[in-house]
Design a binder for this molecule. Structure first.
Ligand code: DGL
Length: 285
């Protein structure tokens, strides 16, 4: 099967280009951060599908219908050279549909099962994702292809998505929530042997420290952020784009609901370099 984003080779660093990083909420900021660190010259914008957050508990049908339309509306408005779906829940379901709808390259984010299976010494790994990603055929195929000789213990949590946003926003939260989320993985059969956990939701690196503190010592956490960033640069470097179609400045923030009340999102995005000087742009779908 095609496995889009997991190679390690360092890419050339493009000096210009506009990237739109997309997620349901704040999780994609962890991918945007990697892209900006690797290629400071790029204009990077961010879009959160606030009108449909969270994705993790939505039906496949609803997401499949929505994602290509939202991607098309955002692309028409932001005019990026590359569209990055910084969301496992969306990519494992509708990457092909979004690619078919857009006429620019689309980079997807899929669980880092291949590197986790390569690195584990105990041959038991955990996979922490949204319930949507856990039940995908795409995820099952990744496990079959890259981790067939490894025991993979899967656990889906939407609560951890919400907890990650609360932590990122500096809001009060139950610190016990991290141990509660990890417990079913470590209490599953062979769970005590886990030495590696795949963070297969882009929200989860927001709370990597808290998860590490709640896990047994020595357990390693792996996510796809850096691999997605490298793939984005690789695609941009190979592209003969005319440079940003609009402003050269990055940092614009797009949301998809008209409800207002984006202070919390804005506050977190500002910390990641988005939305500080640009008003949020509303996309009607
Ligand atoms: N950040 C998303 C992911 O990578 C999904 C979070 C959600 O909206 O449930 O899967």
């Amino acid at each position: 099967m095609r496995e889009p984003d997991q190679t390690d080779t360092p890419p050339d660093v493009p000096e210009t280009g506009r990237v739109l990083v997309f997620d349901s909420g704040m999780g994609g900021l962890t991918v945007a951060r990697e892209i900006r660190e690797m290629a400071p010259g790029l204009a990077v914008d961010y879009a959160a599908d606030t009108g449909f957050f969270p994705y993790g508990d939505k039906s496949d049908e609803a997401l499949r219908a929505r994602l290509p339309e939202v991607a098309a509306a955002l692309t028409a408005q932001a005019r990026p050279d590359v569209f990055v779906i910084a969301c496992n829940t969306a990519s494992t379901l509708a990457l092909d549909e979004v690619r078919a709808r857009l006429d620019i390259p689309v980079i997807g984010t899929v669980p880092a099962i291949k590197p986790a299976a390569a690195q584990t010494r105990s041959s038991v790994i955990g996979l922490l994702a949204t319930p949507g990603t856990i039940r995908r055929a795409y995820t099952a195929r990744l496990i079959e292809e890259f981790a067939s000789d490894v025991t993979v213990i899967l656990h889906g949590s939407v609560e951890l998505v919400r907890l990650a946003e609360a932590v990122a926003a500096g809001e009060p939260h139950d610190p016990q929530g991290f141990a509660d989320t990890l417990r079913p993985i470590f209490e599953a059969k062979s769970g005590e042997k886990i030495d590696t956990i795949v963070l297969a939701c882009t929200h989860f690196p927001l709370v990597a420290e808290q998860l590490a503190a709640a896990a047994p010592a020595g357990v390693r956490f792996i996510d796809s952020g850096a691999a997605i960033a490298r793939q984005t640069l690789r695609v941009l470097s190979g592209q003969s784009h005319a440079g940003p179609a609009t402003s050269r400045e990055g940092g614009r923030l797009y949301v998809t609901d008209t409800g207002g009340g984006h202070e919390r999102l804005l506050k977190v995005c500002e910390r990641f370099g988005f939305g500080a000087l640009q008003p949020a742009v509303l996309v009607q779908t």
